[in-house]
Design a protein around this ligand. Structure first.
Ligand code: DI6
Ligand code: FE
Length: 401
């Protein structure tokens, strides 16, 4: 069989098979053959058909995984919040900072005033950090515009990133992230704007692959979130949710009831929420970077996810306020150390289950027919990808067509 590229002398973690949170699909002395940007063969060298490659990549015993998928980021925004971080370290409270014009509103201001080109320039170093650790697809949320024009600008910038780097981008509209200052505290009116003006326009222009909301005391209620989900569905867009991050508003159940692709954060989710998610196949996206950075102490209910078979994914949640993190490898280490996830759960969380959280069945697993998105690692065993802190063993990264 003639193929574009043959990866040989490799050890493979294909991520195929197993239950919702198990099954790395390990193959010793494996090969991967790709043609037209897709995987055409993956398996043991001994079982492979005769392959006639244009290019051969000798992996010298290194490990191959699918390219990593960061399924929850807020990567595109203006400005930064380092100064606010300094103030917090000196004892300022979140409220004091917000009253002094800081917090999420300062990022909204900086994002509104940035030209698209400036946003691209500010985003690329963060994107490069992800790419350097093997990321081949990422999700980017809006939510720092909070008006139609800026939300569209954020999504357009996110959609343009593949013009600058070899990366796959999935976009999510997060208009219901926070209340903009001009709403003068009227959450209901702002949610009406999101539902009746923003979602229809964003759907019409094809700018988002999904719709997300922040359901929380400091953000939007269950009823307001349900309205956003209704509008998303009316425009054919799947939904996701920032749920139960700071308190249990039963966001996990709400997400499951709406057939959401994922519910994310979930520190305060209860067993009923975890069970409801398992039933609808809603993925639990855990974000240890935010847990760490805001010094949360409530751990997400991992035992309940395991018991009910709720698929677990992991992501950086890269954002300027609660998770200024651009390292999937450190995120996996945090998932293991802080949430006691297993090595399998961490690796599946950045591959197969991350793909599910984005509703994608063409990435996240190495198997025939899927995209040839591949990361090659200079490690002796997959556990090293989770075990090390601040060390990057990526050898090569490939993206299919
Ligand atoms: N949850 C968070 O932790 C961030 N957004 C969200 O929905 C906070 C974002 C920020 O402070 O900029
Ligand atoms: Fe987030």
């Amino acid at each position: 069989m003639r193929v574009d590229r043959l990866f040989r002398d490799a050890r493979l973690a294909t991520m195929a098979g197993g239950g919702p949170n198990g099954g790395l699909g390990l193959i010793e002395d494996g090969v991967v053959a790709t043609e037209g940007g897709r995987v055409v063969y993956v398996g043991a060298r001994a079982d492979a058909p005769r392959l006639d490659p244009v290019e051969t990549v000798r992996c010298e015993g290194r490990w191959i995984t699918p390219g990593l998928i960061d399924c929850h980021t807020h990567l595109v925004y203006g400005g930064d919040r380092a100064h606010e971080f300094e103030l917090r370290l000196k004892g300022a409270s979140y409220e004091e900072i917000a009253r002094a014009g800081g917090g999420i509103v300062s990022t909204v201001k900086a994002t509104r005033s940035a030209k698209p080109r400036d946003l691209v320039d500010q985003t690329l170093p963060r994107l490069d950090a992800l790419i350097a650790e093997g990321v081949t697809t990422l999700e980017v949320k809006s939510g720092y515009g909070l008006d139609l024009e800026t939300e569209q600008k954020q999504l357009q910038v996110a959609r343009s990133l593949p013009e600058h780097r070899d990366i796959g981008v999935v976009t999510t509209f997060l208009g219901a992230h926070a209340l903009p200052p001009e709403a003068n505290g009227d959450k209901q009116a702002y949610i009406d704007l999101v539902c009746h003006k923003m979602i229809p326009a964003i759907a019409r222009h094809g700018l988002a692959d999904a719709v997300d909301a922040f359901c929380e005391g400091i953000a939007f209620s269950v009823e307001q979130t349900a309205k956003v989900f209704g509008a998303a569905k009316a425009h054919g867009l799947p939904v996701k949710l920032h749920a139960d991050q700071l308190s249990n508003l039963h966001g996990a159940r709400l997400a499951a009831d709406h057939g959401a692709l994922s519910a994310d954060h979930l520190e305060y989710t209860d067993e009923a929420g975890a069970a409801a998610m398992a039933k609808t196949g809603t993925v639990a996206v855990l974000l240890p970077g935010a847990y760490y950075f805001i010094r949360e102490t409530q751990v997400p209910p991992v035992a309940h996810f395991r018991k009910h078979g709720t698929a677990i994914a992991l992501a950086t949640d890269s954002n300027p306020g609660s998770s200024p993190l651009t390292s999937p490898l450190l995120t996996m280490n945090m998932g293991a150390t802080l949430f006691r996830l297993t090595v399998e759960e961490c690796l599946l969380g950045f591959t197969r289950n991350a793909a599910r959280a984005l509703g994608r069945d063409d990435i996240g697993v190495l198997e025939p027919g899927r995209r040839a998105d591949i990361a090659i690692w200079s490690v002796e065993q997959p556990a090293e990808l989770v075990y090390r802190i601040g060390f990057n063993p990526l050898y090569q990264r490939y993206r299919g067509a």
